[in-house]
Design a protein around this ligand. Structure first.
Ligand code: IMP
Ligand code: MG
Length: 175
């Protein structure tokens, strides 16, 4: 399997990321914001978003895995690397590359809410609403994608293709 049709070019993504950052800044209304980015898929999105957000932003990381190297979520989400995390009283923005079934965001959100934050919002670059299993409010979404497996701009297939500057369909995954 290899990357095929480009769904979103680097320029389209850059423009949309700037728009999302403007919305996030406006809604934060000068209050400090804590971005909790979900590893590893969100790292490219996080880096680009940060450049537009100004200095009142804290960055925290959490790792989530459910794929085990394939293209379908196992539904069982394992969270790790967040031992020191304390989000009590914080305005938290959970950031991920894509929301598919919703299991990952739901698991992270539950963990965050147990820490007593002041508020919790969610932001994803991509939303695949046709495959949702868990109802999930997305506050900021870059683009909707159809039910195809995508790679690039941080999104991987078995650890590959995160380096692509655009988002492409993974050829052979859905046909
Ligand atoms: P969910 O738990 O099913 O919503 O899946 C979310 C996670 O699965 C995301 O954090 C991604 O890492 C991964 N994922 C879902 N769809 C895709 C895709 O099309 N390409 C690459 N990764 C994906
Ligand atoms: Mg992920």
């Amino acid at each position: 399997m290899k990357p095929g049709d480009v769904l979103f070019t680097a320029d389209q993504i850059a423009r949309r990321v700037a728009e999302l950052a403007a919305e996030i800044r406006r809604d934060a209304a000068e209050r400090p914001l804590t971005i909790l980015a979900i590893l590893h898929g969100s790292v490219v999105f996080l880096a680009d978003l940060l450049k537009h957000l100004g200095s009142a932003v804290h960055v925290e990381l959490i790792e989530a895995s459910s794929y085990r190297g394939g293209t379908a979520s196992s539904g069982q989400v394992i969270l790790s690397r967040y031992g020191q995390l304390d989000l009590a009283g914080r305005d938290v923005l959970i950031l991920d590359d894509i929301v598919d079934t919703g299991h990952t965001l739901a698991a992270v959100r539950k963990t965050v809410e147990a820490m007593g934050p002041r508020s919790v919002r969610t932001c994803v670059l991509l939303d695949k609403p046709s495959r949702r299993k868990v109802a999930m409010d997305i506050d900021y979404c870059g683009f909707e994608v159809p039910d195809v497996f995508v790679v690039g701009y941080g999104l991987d297939y078995a650890g590959r293709y995160r380096d692509l500057p655009h988002v492409a369909r993974l050829e052979g995954a859905d046909d």
